[in-house]
Design a protein. Structure first.
Length: 301
């Protein structure tokens, strides 16, 4: 299948899950069990995912060689929603030289001494590179909103800690992503939406299988008690920060095979819309290459 056809097909698959105008977004409209309705097409969708991943290898090579654009992929989700496995699977064919993955956990003392965007700003992608944020600055309007006592550790001036702080942070996110866009950095944001029932199933699997024990944290159970609060926080984030330039993809995640297919399609759709290509060879460069060829063709070289 030709590149244009794969890109077009990818765009069709992700369209129902792309949010470019958050004002109309409601979390209740995203069914985490959506994959049940397309289960009969699983083999076809998994084949599409494989072809998307193969195409990503080629698109990334052009991205890296051209060094004009950068790509920032942001993954947000509840615990056990499948962020790690989606990144591992979808980016399996990517050249490590042109891709970096950053996992943002609880801020360190040094990070707390700076503004809340500081640690993420340092990891912005260079031109030609793909940066993957496993969690991101959006945690500042998610976990911090659910647990506002965390604001005390940020040592903010008292007059800035008001009921408007979340609106201010939404403004910060939008402004930052607008700035990145104007610098040739493409921003694609994923929210993997898992049901409470499926999360419980995956937690139990982590407890029952020794090879998965390391994935479990006691904090996971604690955060599960705030399910509705996180639901509202994620909805507000998407409603206030989804734009045509930096869309959110609210992806049903109860079935990992489906979530991975949509993630791969969204990245293909984003890269496929760029004017990617290998650098043009200038006349001077052609002459240099010709001299090098003549030199190599000399007897005894």
């Amino acid at each position: 299948m030709k590149t244009k056809e794969i890109v077009k097909r990818a765009g069709t698959l992700v369209r129902p899950f792309r949010v470019t105008d958050g004002r109309s977004f409601r979390m209740k409209d995203v069914d985490p069990r959506y994959a049940r309705s397309v289960k009969k097409d699983r083999a076809k969708i998994e084949k599409m995912c494989k072809e998307n991943i193969e195409l990503l290898t080629k698109l990334q090579e052009k991205l890296y060689a051209g060094s004009k654009f950068g790509v920032l992929l942001i993954f947000q989700a509840r615990d056990a929603a499948g962020k790690d496995s989606a990144i591992k699977r979808v980016m399996s064919g990517i050249n490590p030289q042109g891709c970096n993955v950053f996992s943002f956990k609880t801020p360190s003392k040094e990070e707390l001494a700076h503004d809340y965007m500081w640690r993420c700003l340092q990891r912005s992608p260079r031109r030609g590179q793909i940066a993957i944020f496993n969690r991101s600055y959006y945690e500042e309007a998610l976990v911090v909103r659910v647990h506002p006592e965390l604001l005390q550790h940020q040592n903010l001036p008292e007059h800035l800690v008001t009921k408007e702080i979340w609106q201010h942070r939404f403004q910060d996110f939008r402004s930052h992503e607008r700035f990145l866009m104007r610098q040739g950095i493409v921003v694609v944001k994923f929210y993997l939406h898992i049901s409470k029932k499926e999360q419980k199933k995956r937690f139990l699997e982590r407890l029952d299988k020794p090879e998965k024990n390391w994935k479990f944290s006691a904090g996971d159970i604690k955060e599960r008690k705030f399910w509705k609060e996180y639901e509202n926080a994620y909805e507000q984030v998407i409603r206030h920060t989804a734009t045509p330039q930096a869309p959110w993809y609210a992806i049903p995640a109860d079935k990992k095979w489906f979530a991975r297919a949509v993630v791969s399609a969204a990245i293909v759709d984003a890269l496929g819309s760029l004017n990617l290509g290998f650098p043009r060879t200038s006349t001077a460069r052609k002459q240099e290459l010709a001299r090098a060829r003549r030199e190599l063709m000399k007897p005894g070289t």
